[in-house]
Design a protein around this ligand. Structure first.
Ligand SMILES: O=C(CO)COP(=O)(O)O
Length: 253
């Protein structure tokens, strides 16, 4: 029972071998709650996945930041879900706003990717979120619902899905959503799942928040009833990521 707190670290396109060694050392030496309390998943760029996976403390898992939409083959530059499974990578982040906006990934394409990755046995961190213009025009929930719908139409089983609500205006900007703003969207998303998927899926699916999460603001966000964890960018490359993992204890306090 209950939704286990989930903290993901999205390293994005950052890191050299030396920096990766340093981050792994921080992660391995950090004092964190037991894996019964918090699930921790770090997502280095593809090229560092094998080394991070082999050096990371065993209770922390790894995620790829993307994968191809179907079976591998003549798709230059892509990495398939099968390859990730073959390497023992359990998770993949799909639909990150940087891929949606910079690489033109549509809701439908992201939905297809989620369905294919799940079919191959990967677990998926599926990202949704609105731009500043969309928020200001009052269409936040329409945008997020359309992104969720494209996934819901293509999958049956949500057991291996974590939804990451990442408002685009909060990503890498230092402008974190207020706890009230985050709770509002998380609760609407959960209601959307209850109405459009099922009450069970709404109750059990973790909805995590991403966008300028830091060691300083994580506890207040974690205290919100529908915030089940975080997807952290910039701060996942720093020692404060350990503090963010520790915000899981807010739920059990
Ligand atoms: O995009 C994010 C995580 O996927 C959030 O990035 P920042 O934490 O750097 O704002």
């Amino acid at each position: 029972m209950g939704r286990k707190f989930f903290v993901g670290g999205n390293w994005k396109c950052n890191g050299t071998t030396d920096q990766v060694d340093k981050i792994v050392k921080i992660l391995n030496e950090g004092q964190v709650p037991s894996p019964d309390v918090v699930e921790v998943v770090v997502s280095p760029p593809y090229v560092f996945l094998p080394v991070v996976k082999s050096q990371l403390r065993p209770e922390f898992q790894v995620a790829a930041q993307n994968c191809w939409v179907k079976k591998g083959g003549a798709f230059t530059g892509e990495v398939s879900a099968e390859m990730l499974v073959n390497l023992g990578v359990p998770w993949v982040i799909l639909g990150h706003s940087e891929r949606r906006s910079l690489l033109g990934e549509s809701n439908e394409f992201v939905g297809d990717k989620v369905a294919y990755a799940l079919s191959q046995g990967l677990k998926v961190i599926a990202c949704v979120g609105e731009t500043l213009e969309q928020r200001e025009s009052g269409s936040t929930m329409d945008v997020v619902a359309a992104q969720a719908k494209a996934i819901a139409e293509r999958i049956k089983d949500w057991t291996n899905v974590v939804v990451a609500y990442e408002p685009v205006w909060a990503i890498g900007t230092g402008k974190v959503a207020t706890p009230v703003q985050a709770q509002e969207v998380h609760s609407c998303l959960r209601k959307w799942l209850a109405t459009n998927v099922s009450a069970e899926v709404a109750e059990s699916t973790r909805i995590i928040y991403g966008g300028s999460v830091t060691g300083a603001n994580c506890k207040e966000l974690a205290a919100q009833p529908d915030v089940d964890g975080f997807l952290v960018g910039g701060a996942s490359l720093k020692p404060e990521f350990i503090d963010i993992i520790n915000s899981a204890t807010v739920k059990s306090a």
